[in-house]
Design a protein around this ligand. Structure first.
Ligand SMILES: Nc1ncnc2c1ncn2[C@@H]1O[C@H](COP(=O)(O)OP(=O)(O)O)[C@@H](O)[C@H]1O
Ligand SMILES: Cc1ncsc1CCOP(=O)(O)O
Ligand SMILES: [Mg+2]
Length: 271
């Protein structure tokens, strides 16, 4: 079933709201993704803050509109910063998003993701292999990258959403957003997106921004974040010769995005 019109209105309305409210998004992210994530949030219209040390991350989280936790380059010290930030966010009613980068790859990451999941994220955003492995099955992930299709991760995403009581956004050539009951598929994007590092990390932080301006509408926020990324990717591709020129074109596309760009990335209900 096509939801193009209602979903277009929802995503555009939420994007306008994000630009009006400039949510403060606290990011505890990896060394690779920090600069890219801050630039994506700024181009979209949010306000990024990279604040990770345990001495201040909890205090800061109470001031933020939303928190994004990404475990791409973890360490014991960074884990303490994550736990303190989540505690501060939860005490203040601030939503938080988990990006479980390569969580199945090592024993340290497996322990960390278990501890993070126990703290109940508002939403999880990962690639197909990460979501399949989080649901307890065995994925074909290699390092940070997915070896599985989003189609093959659909049931895992729904199970994970139900088990965690959260929204799951699983990304790849198409994206799927689910709360365990409803599932929405978002088309669009560009094959150049996985050729640029930290696109997924930046999307997770933008998802946090959308959730921050859409209390009680986490599924719509996930669709909006995915659709905005898909539309900006499609628009950027028209001006890019390869990954190098794609990245600045993508930031410009986020900044210049119009409703007609969203319309090129259909959203449909998955039954
Ligand atoms: N082959 C593709 N075609 C179109 N969009 C893609 C493709 N691969 C990834 N994307 C998009 O790139 C972004 C990052 O997703 P993904 O590559 O799955 O995350 P990660 O970087 O965490 O592995 C998402 O917006 C996703 O829709
Ligand atoms: C390359 C790399 N190594 C550790 S984190 C990271 C970035 C991963 O970014 P993404 O998951 O968005 O591709
Ligand atoms: Mg990733």
């Amino acid at each position: 079933m096509s939801l193009q019109n209602t979903q277009l209105n929802d995503s555009w309305t939420l994007y306008q709201r994000l630009r009006e409210q400039t949510p403060l998004v606290q990011c505890i992210t990896n060394y690779v993704a920090m600069n890219m994530t801050a630039n994506v949030l700024l181009a979209a219209g949010a306000s990024p803050a990279m604040v990770h040390c345990a001495e201040e991350s909890g205090e800061f989280a109470a001031l933020a509109s939303a928190l994004s936790i990404n475990m791409g380059t973890p360490s014991p010290q960074w884990a303490e910063g994550m736990y303190a930030a989540i505690a501060g966010a939860q005490a203040a009613g601030v939503p938080w998003v988990l990006d479980p980068v390569a969580h199945a790859a090592t024993g340290f990451r497996r322990q960390l993701v278990t501890a993070l999941l126990a703290r109940r994220p508002t939403a999880i955003r990962g690639n197909a292999s990460e979501i399949i492995a989080l649901a307890g099955a065995s994925g074909q992930g290699r390092g940070m990258d997915s070896g599985d299709s989003v189609e093959s991760a659909g049931e895992a995403a729904r199970q994970l959403a139900r088990a965690q009581g959260c929204v799951v956004l699983v990304t790849g050539e198409v994206d799927l957003a689910t709360d365990g009951q409803r599932s929405l598929r978002i088309e669009g994007g560009s094959a150049l997106m996985p050729q640029v590092t930290a696109m997924g990390c930046a999307l997770s932080a933008l998802l946090a921004g959308f959730i921050g301006v859409a209390p009680g509408q986490t599924l719509a926020a996930a669709v909006a974040a995915a659709q905005v990324f898909a539309a900006a990717g499609l628009k950027a591709e028209q001006h890019a010769q390869g990954p190098g020129s794609f990245l600045p074109a993508f930031l410009d596309a986020l900044h210049l995005l119009q409703p007609s760009d969203l319309q090129r990335c259909p959203v449909s209900e998955q039954l």
